[in-house]
Design a protein around this ligand. Structure first.
Ligand SMILES: CC(C)(COP(=O)(O)OP(=O)(O)OC[C@H]1O[C@@H](n2cnc3c(N)ncnc32)[C@H](O)[C@@H]1OP(=O)(O)O)[C@@H](O)C(=O)NCCC(=O)NCCS
Length: 168
């Protein structure tokens, strides 16, 4: 998998363009990814878990969003048959709420759809309203609750049909 596109984000006319790039996550991104992970979650993934995502496997899709070569967000997941499962998604805390999470999610969904995925699924903490709002924007709907999935909290299982027009 290779991303070469360079989306341009302009917050309002007259402001300088912000150039961000989505690319495959590599070992060189790991320290920045881990810093964002630890700042974002009470139960962060370990370095070992991220390293497993970097293995050369056509079903694994770890990406980073960079700005001036600095990692500002990431997402990863797995294709199993015609379903994509989103495993992780985060944006650097000081840059949240500026559309970057949407950008990462949208581009990942487009990519896996182009690879034949018909649905996307994920688990999210029941209290994570920001993330749930984001997923609703991309047509994800609650299909189940996994009790105490996070030990201290239930997970909502969300599913999106990628062949519906609004999905991505
Ligand atoms: C969830 C996360 C990835 C969203 O990324 P983001 O860049 O902040 O999100 P965006 O700016 O693209 O906003 C996307 C949507 O999320 C929702 N949203 C964003 N900020 C929100 C807030 N403070 N409160 C409620 N909803 C919010 C809105 O629906 C927004 O869409 P809109 O701008 O059209 O209204 C980011 O907040 C994050 O890293 N959170 C911590 C890690 C995490 O919880 N990851 C998800 C695990 S399942």
């Amino acid at each position: 998998m290779r991303f070469t596109s360079v989306p341009l984000m302009r917050w309002s006319s007259g402001m300088p363009e912000i150039r961000v790039e989505l690319e495959r996550m590599t070992e060189g991104h790991l320290s920045e990814v881990l810093a964002i992970e630890q700042a974002s979650f009470s139960d962060p993934w370990s370095e070992v878990m991220f390293r497993q995502e970097l293995e050369d496997d056509p079903g694994k899709h770890p990406v980073v969003l960079t700005m001036d070569s600095q990692v500002i967000g990431y997402g990863l997941g797995w294709i199993v048959l015609d379903e994509f499962h989103l495993g992780n998604l985060a944006v650097r805390p000081d840059l949240k709420g500026r559309g970057y999470g949407s950008l990462i999610l949208e581009r990942m969904l487009k990519l896996v759809k182009s690879k034949g995925c018909r649905t996307a699924s994920l688990e999210v903490r029941a209290s994570n309203h920001t993330a749930i709002n984001l997923y609703h924007k991309y047509n994800f709907k609650e299909i189940a609750v996994r009790k105490k999935y996070y030990q201290d909290e239930d997970a909502l299982v969300l599913l999106a049909r990628l062949d519906e027009e609004k999905a991505c």
